[in-house]
Design a protein around this ligand. Sequence first.
Ligand SMILES: [Zn+2]
Ligand SMILES: [Zn+2]
Length: 176
Amino acid sequence: MFIEIEGLKDKPRRVQHVFPVDEIPFQHEDAWLDSPVAVDFKLTPDGRELRVRGKMETSVRCRCSRCAKEFARPVVAEFDLSYTPQPDWGGGASEVELEYGDMDVGYYDGVSFDVNTMALEQIELAMPMQYVCRDNCKGLCYRCGADLNEGSCSCEEEPDARLSALLQWRERRAGG
Ligand SMILES: [Zn+2]
Ligand SMILES: [Zn+2]
């Protein structure tokens, strides 16, 4: 979905759109878009500068990095972005890159605003670094692969015994 900036004639435009999952190129090894991506924002042109303020909502299905179970979680982002026409990359490119990193300003081609790309960026920004089904997920036993959320496995005793031996040794050392 593209919005022609000239067509706005400097008037703000409210955009409400729901993208089917296959229109957003979200590509992650262990996460998939689970529901359509809804955006609702106001696009305010100021000459060729744009201000884009609103909300994005969808949900993703992820594989837990600890227990490998799949789970779905909502992904919601509120944003307030500024876009400026892509500068001429001919000279001073490093200066421009620095500016891009420091400020919350994005670039567009100066002609039309690409809503799909903006929606994708918002999903990416809202994704966690690690997908964990719940904070206290115990994960899988590294030896037998049992799901420790469903109870302990028979391997569990040994590492504990080793750990307590280590603690005893440290205590002895600390005690002198
Ligand atoms: Zn888990
Ligand atoms: Zn085990």
